[in-house]
Design a protein around this ligand. Structure first.
Ligand SMILES: [Zn+2]
Ligand SMILES: [Zn+2]
Length: 191
């Protein structure tokens, strides 16, 4: 299968695709374009703690293409509850349709409106660049807010203790005792 690797692009020539499934397996330890991508992500603050591995199956479904894939990596994340860094392990699957942008002479306002409603990725020319698809899936597979563990106890808002490591006693101090309730009633009456 002919693959053209030009810098950040990972282009697959349509003419090189076979009928049925076209399988791809990319590993940032081996593929230069993926290595470049990992270093770009790192400069944007995404510290990968494992190789970035992408497996894809591209199927011709005239006039479109169907892409199924899986993206695996581990990236350092900051827990949105306790603010500690932790490695988020991602094993995410995706599927999407790919369609060639119709040439201008066939493009009408109606067609454009129709196609905009569909969840289809478009490409131009006779090559599909897999790089932007991998980039998109990378970002989609990272949750907006991630927790170091499902039952993360977070941080005490009063003393700042990470409650995953040890408990604090702030909650006990502020909880109502019969005496404190009595005091509040008194204060209320004085007003
Ligand atoms: Zn946490
Ligand atoms: Zn506390």
């Amino acid at each position: 299968m002919k693959r053209v690797e030009t810098g950040k692009k990972m282009k697959v020539a349509l003419s090189s695709l076979v009928e049925g499934k076209n399988k791809f397996h990319f590993d940032s330890q081996k593929e230069e374009w993926l290595k470049t991508l990992v270093s770009e992500l790192s400069s944007q603050g995404y510290k990968l703690q494992s190789p970035l591995v992408v497996t894809m199956e591209l199927t011709k479904v005239e006039p479109e293409f169907y892409l199924q894939g899986m993206i695996d990596f581990s990236v350092e994340q900051n827990c949105s509850r306790c603010a500690e860094n932790f490695p988020l392990i991602v094993n995410s699957t995706f599927e999407l349709a790919l369609a060639k942008i119709p040439s201008i002479k066939y493009r009408s306002a109606e067609v454009t409106e129709e196609t905009e409603k569909l969840d289809v990725n478009f490409f131009e020319g006779n090559e599909i660049d897999l790089n932007p698809i991998v980039v998109e899936q990378f970002f989609l597979s990272i949750p907006y807010q991630s927790l170091c563990k499902v039952n993360c106890s977070g941080v005490c808002h009063q003393c700042g203790t990470n409650l995953n490591n040890k408990p604090c006693h702030c909650a006990e101090k502020t909880s109502l005792t019969p005496f404190s309730v009595l005091q509040e009633i008194k204060l209320f009456k004085q007003e």
